[in-house]
Design a protein around this ligand. Sequence first.
Ligand code: HEC
Length: 99
Amino acid sequence: MRPNHCLAALVILCASATSASAIDVAPAGAAACSGCHPASRAVETPFTRLTGRPAAEIVTAMQEFRGGQRPATVMDRIAKGFSDDEIKAIATWYARQKD
Ligand code: HEC
């Protein structure tokens, strides 16, 4: 194996090791949601669960809360504090939390 091939193999190894051991870190803002919508099924909650829900469903609900099209007691105000990118990142992360 020529040296540049070794290097390429090493890069691939490192990249896969990183993704395999990566912790699914919650995106910025998700902690503001998980007090009411827990990230784990092990936590009791009177609120709707978001774990494992399709991301698109969460994004639509948040946009409707923000725009005032969906009735709410607190979510209309909370949704106003988040940009589209933040909502998408939080929704994608919740969709991945299956337990
Ligand atoms: C203070 C508690 C609280 C916090 C914090 C909170 N929620 Fe909610 N969430 C609620 C309540 C209560 C509802 C029901 C609608 C309402 O009354 O506002 C709800 C409803 C929802 C729904 C609609 C679920 C459905 O199926 O109808 C989504 C999606 C949602 N919240 C996402 C979020 C996200 C994302 C965050 C963080 C940015 C968040 N919530 C933070 C209490 C909370």
